[in-house]
Design a binder for this molecule. Sequence first.
Ligand code: 5GP
Length: 234
Amino acid sequence: MNLLYEGKSKQVYESGSPDTYIIKFKNTATALNGLKKEEFEGKGELNCAISNLIYDYLEKNGVKTHLVRVIDPTTIEVKRVEIVPVEVIVRNIAAGSFSKKYGVEEGTPLRNTTTEFSLKSDELGDPMINDSQITALGLATQDELDYMRSVALRVNELLCELFAKCGIKLVDYKLEFGRSGDGIILCDEISPDSCRLWDAETNSKLDKDRFRRDMGDMLGAYREVLRRLQSVLA
Ligand code: 5GP
């Protein structure tokens, strides 16, 4: 297969079809914009399985995603898209950069769900960017931003409900979108790499913060997320 692009946690290959790509999930975990990096045997498989379960669930609930089919435990075929170069971050509970930037204690519930955009740029550290700046730079149109925000909020309703059934609080997460022949669709992955997930009873972290903050047993936490999703979605 012809490798088209290698990111921090995934490789993208040509599929032989003009309409699709092949994505392979890697075992690499990165943090601090790639400065901290480590291999975890089995991580790619866990993220692939978790993301596929979530994308199937979202599709069943009317959200269009890039997922076409699962090829093997770390490989999927996805619709070919032009990635919109902004990430959408959704927050239900203060944590991470929000807590730091605004001086709000981690774990403080937010009175409403927040959405924000950040520029997809490793060199610049994915800086936050607002609607008028995005449209001024021609990165996306206002209609596209309104649509992505509305999909992100629908995804939030669906995922909060799903994770609540798993005994997990959905603290925050990042989404990426792409332009396809079918309009704008959800791309990339939704996994404990891209979400903050806390156990509903103990607030124990079940996501990549275990790696970012040197808490240990990241894979145990990812396995637990997969186990709970499988039992709820069975
Ligand atoms: P924060 O802005 O607090 O660092 O991140 C907010 C949420 O978005 C967290 O769940 C975090 O995992 C996710 N997130 C933000 N930027 C990225 C990114 O570049 N890659 C990944 N995988 N997740 C991100």
